[in-house]
Design a protein around this ligand. Structure first.
Ligand code: PLP
Length: 455
């Protein structure tokens, strides 16, 4: 037995991966990855792949950087851990909170550090409840989110999410104060509706939902600027601005979940204000904040919220936090990561390559099973369909997304299947040649998968 086989067996026996399908009979085991450098990963057999998923939407500066290794080692030697309670702090956490305040839009000047994106979303909701209580609005605790949204995997964040597959009946997800609007997916909009008319229906649905719940009961609207795991859904033009206007009219907080879209994925530090003309009250982020070198998330919130809470003189402390809030190694990693993005002008690269990536990906729409290619910046999705005219999907059992990603893997390219979709979010360092490789390889993989279907 080779060492690689040994690892695969141990893994199957003991490591329950996220989103495991418990199918012992068909389980080939996971591909052991031994090394990661820049945009490339290498498996334990020495085969190299271009990782177009960027880990899991997160390796924004690319992996394997010596400078990052040195930073982590140095912080580890100096002080690997620091108690984050209110009477102690550590410099990397303080400096990072200040840096995030500088980069975030509007008066978003305050930061709650968390362990990742899900806990950032949980923290946002706890903060919202506390804030509404400070204002004497004890009933204002309902959340409105969208179908197909992904906000994380804790009980609360997954309840806020709206992916049908994530809400199987065996789990008691929270549904008494969380409401889901339609997914703003123009590709699946009713036939014959213009984009503007479609947007109008979405805004009306929001208004009607608020009226049904009662404006005094709705605390916050949660939205990813571009839905990620829900299939890179770029909303109709003007959607976020219109939804934010509705929020403002009804005293509802606008929470932008920028776990995927921040730190350069769309060519900006944060996408909300620059690209969608919205200054959120709260931004949740994670992933690209450290480019995956350390687990870290943050719930960033406005000075207005901070003022209201501070002035309320609440007799109870905001009982919320984690052992690893503001972890010094994670925060040092984030500071260095941000420094690298600035120094290497990686936002400029994302702004330059993003449109090229999107254009080249569009060339795949001539393939018979490619229904739509959509995306923005360095986020892209291919929607595979059985029939382009009716947009009918393949039966789920055919696992078309996985078939295509398996062919890609054979050809040295990692993409992510999500049922009938394939998504990508490469590092911001990506070059035109790497884009060309992705598009060429994906074309070949889609053709192979199409051939499999007729066999
Ligand atoms: N929010 C969004 C938009 C995400 O895409 C994700 C993860 O993919 C999360 C939250 C959860 O982040 P984490 O997996 O770090 O908890």
């Amino acid at each position: 037995k080779t060492h690689a086989q040994h690892i695969i067996e141990l893994d199957k026996a003991h490591f329950t991966h996220p989103w495991t399908v418990f199918d012992v009979f068909n389980d080939e085991g996971a591909l052991p990855i031994a090394k990661a450098e820049g945009i490339y990963i290498t498996d334990s057999q020495g085969k190299r792949y271009l990782d177009a998923v960027g880990g899991l939407w997160c390796t924004n500066i690319g992996l394997g950087r010596e400078e990052m290794a040195d930073t982590l080692a140095e912080q580890c030697r100096k002080m690997a851990y620091a108690n984050p309670f209110v009477d102690m702090t550590n410099e990397p956490a303080t400096l990072l909170a200040a840096k995030l305040a500088e980069l975030a839009p509007g008066d978003i000047d305050h930061c709650i550090f968390t362990c990742g994106g899900s806990t950032a979303v949980d923290s946002a909701y706890r903060l919202i409840q506390y804030y509404q209580n400070c204002r004497g609005k004890h009933e204002k605790k309902h959340i409105i989110s969208r179908k197909n949204a992904y906000h994380g995997s804790t009980y609360l964040s997954m309840s806020i999410g709206g992916k049908a597959g994530d809400h199987p009946p065996e789990f008691d997800f929270i549904d008494d104060f969380i409401h889901h609007l339609s997914c703003p997916n123009f590709y699946r909009a009713p036939e014959g509706l213009s984009e503007q008319a479609y947007l109008q229906t979405l805004v009306e649905e929001f208004e009607q939902t608020i009226t049904r719940i009662g404006p005094d009961k709705v605390a916050a609207f949660f939205a990813e600027p571009i839905m990620g795991a829900g299939g890179v859904i770029v909303p109709p033009n003007g959607y976020h601005r219109a939804m934010a206007d509705v929020c403002q009219r009804h005293d509802i907080l606008y929470v932008a979940d920028e776990v995927v879209t921040a730190f350069g994925r769309l060519g900006e530090w944060f996408a909300s204000e620059e690209l969608f003309d919205v200054t959120p009250d709260i931004i949740t982020c994670a992933k690209g904040i450290t480019s995956g070198y350390q687990p870290l998330g943050a719930c960033l919130y406005s000075d207005r919220i901070h003022q209201v809470i501070s002035e309320a003189g609440h007799e109870r402390c905001f009982a919320h936090g984690f052992t690893y809030s503001g972890h010094p190694i994670a925060c040092a990693a984030a500071l260095k990561n941000i420094e690298i993005i600035e120094r290497e002008k990686l936002l400029d690269n994302a702004r330059d390559i993003g449109p090229y990536f999107q254009q080249q990906m569009q060339t795949l729409t001539d393939l018979p099973i490619v229904g739509e290619v959509r995306g923005q910046g360095l986020m892209v999705c291919v929607e595979n369909v059985a029939d382009k005219n009716s947009k009918q999907l393949f039966p789920e059992a055919l696992d078309i997304g996985k078939r295509i990603s398996d062919h890609c893997e054979e050809l040295g390219l990692i993409i992510r299947p999500i049922v009938h979709l394939n998504v990508m979010s490469p590092p911001l360092t990506i070059t035109r040649e790497e884009v060309d490789f992705i598009v060429r390889t994906l074309r070949q993989a889609i053709l192979r998968a199409t051939d499999d279907l007729v066999k």
